[in-house]
Design a protein around this ligand. Structure first.
Ligand code: TMP
Length: 206
């Protein structure tokens, strides 16, 4: 049995991950690929509970290390009970966010040292990294303007400087990791979709 392939979608809030992940699912299914779509933090009942703790706003503030540990706890559960078994069974996995998000939000945004996050990543996920990551990019102000009307979760209450640090870290990951493809999310939906199709087509040829 050939191991399935692991694809992740990344970007700051407001870049259109939700609609584009559905498009990617359809694209892969049209190509006859059996794909499991999931998300982080979350993807299992327990990890979804951890997601709620992470996203809700409360009086007690959450420290950056607590936040990082909760994210990796959810990831460990998700990887071991959902992602890895699916890949082992030959299914493809399409995940809305993964460890690049931790490096960007907890590393770039919150200032947790990269070495700390790398150690936690190894502990929680072993050597499981995506085969392909699509990063949807947009300037912070324009991305945040797109979510201005929704009820903000704990991350969405952060200021634009926080998101600028997150975006900068994502852009640094794009520079250093060959598996990551950047797509300009400010293009029309049609253009974004054309880029997604070419990223997947190229990936299928490798
Ligand atoms: P979203 O899935 O609706 O974008 O929301 C999840 C939030 O969790 C988002 O604000 C980013 C944040 N997050 C992290 O801070 N670190 C992580 O590793 C992941 C997966 C998400």
């Amino acid at each position: 049995m050939t191991r399935g392939r692991f694809i992740t979608l990344e970007g700051i809030e407001g870049v259109g991950k939700t609609t584009n992940i559905e498009f990617l699912r359809e694209l892969l299914e049209q190509k006859g690929i059996d794909v499991l779509v999931t998300r982080e933090p979350g993807g299992t009942p327990l990890a979804e509970d951890v997601r709620e703790v992470l996203l809700e706003t409360r009086d007690e503030s959450m420290g950056p290390i607590t936040e990082s540990l909760l994210i990796f706890a959810a990831r460990s559960q998700h990887v071991s009970t959902v992602i890895q078994p699916a890949l082992n069974a030959g299914r493809w996995v399409l995940c809305d966010r993964y460890t690049d998000a931790t490096y960007a939000y907890q590393g770039g945004g919150r200032g947790v040292a990269l070495e700390t996050l790398e150690r936690l990543a190894e502990f929680a996920q072993g050597s499981l990294w995506p085969d392909l990551t699509i990063y949807l990019d947009a300037p912070v102000d324009q991305a945040l303007a797109r979510i201005a009307n929704r009820q903000p979760d704990r991350f969405e209450t952060e200021d634009s400087e926080f998101f600028a640090r997150v975006r900068d870290r994502y852009l640094a990951i794009v520079e250093s990791e060959e598996r990551v493809v950047l797509i300009d999310a400010m293009q029309s939906i049609k253009e974004v979709r054309l880029r997604l199709v070419s990223a997947i087509t190229e990936f299928l040829e490798t």
